[in-house]
Design a binder for this molecule. Structure first.
Ligand code: ADP
Ligand code: MG
Ligand code: MG
Length: 213
């Protein structure tokens, strides 16, 4: 198994958990406007469980794919909530695409993110415009694929995809939620971005900074 890739996965997940910690209060406040206010705490529980599960896998000699699969299971089991199920699924999809053997190429990373995008939309049934994390995920996955196909280095492709995700997450402020707990209180959420789209953008931006370092 490719141990260097598994160690990179663990480091990226540590960055995710740190980013979520730094923004947990903000995410909770955003989710309280039209949802139930638990997005910060749920993302903290999930991301820290993912780190713990990934660390255990790395210590046992797992490759990147298995490390991501264990992390995804840990995330969805501990987080509860819609976003926890979807983040766990995303990590498992990326892991299944990367596998354990080869050192992941930028092509494999783009394919993994596309698989996560497809998996989340098929499981959660949200489409672009429903005011969910899908509004940030789809432009992220599409831009990553496009930039990688154009020959950009992974760090550059990821950074421009993350900036598209951030703009798309901010733009959800103008939308009315059509999925999830926020839907019954849709009009209250006007003017505030979707918390799941915002956390997605924060996370991919932070992970991108570690790729560039
Ligand atoms: P819960 O809504 O169960 O309390 P969270 O507060 O952690 O879970 O997550 C809320 C976020 O989940 C929303 O802001 C939205 O981005 C995302 N979400 C909700 N429903 C869906 C769905 N069907 N598909 C994709 N994302 C969704
Ligand atoms: Mg919530
Ligand atoms: Mg909840």
């Amino acid at each position: 198994a490719s141990r260097a890739a598994a160690a990179t996965v663990l480091a990226a997940l540590e960055t995710v958990a740190e980013t979520v910690d730094a923004h947990a209060d903000e995410l909770g406040r955003m989710d309280a406007i039209a949802g139930d206010g638990d997005h910060g705490i749920g993302m903290q529980r999930g991301s820290h469980a993912a780190v713990a599960a990934a660390r255990e896998a790395v210590e046992a000699g797992a490759g990147a794919g298995t490390t991501l699969a264990r992390a995804g299971d840990g995330w969805s089991h501990r987080a509860g909530g819609t976003s926890g199920a979807l983040w766990g699924l995303a990590l498992r999809e990326v892991g299944a695409t990367l596998g354990d053997e080869a050192a992941p190429t930028r092509d494999a990373v783009a394919a993994g993110v596309t698989a996560a995008d497809t998996g989340i939309r098929s499981y959660g049934k949200a489409e672009v415009g429903d005011k969910t994390m899908v509004d940030a995920l789809v432009p992220f996955a599409d831009a990553l694929r496009r930039e990688v196909d154009a020959g950009s280095r992974l760090a550059d492709a990821w950074a421009s995809a993350a900036s598209e995700a951030s703009a798309a997450a901010a733009a959800t402020a103008d939308l009315l939620p059509r999925m999830g707990r926020a839907r019954p209180h849709a009009e209250k959420s006007l003017g505030t971005p979707d918390p799941g789209a915002h956390s997605f953008a924060l996370i991919v931006t932070a992970v991108g900074e570690t790729l560039a370092a």
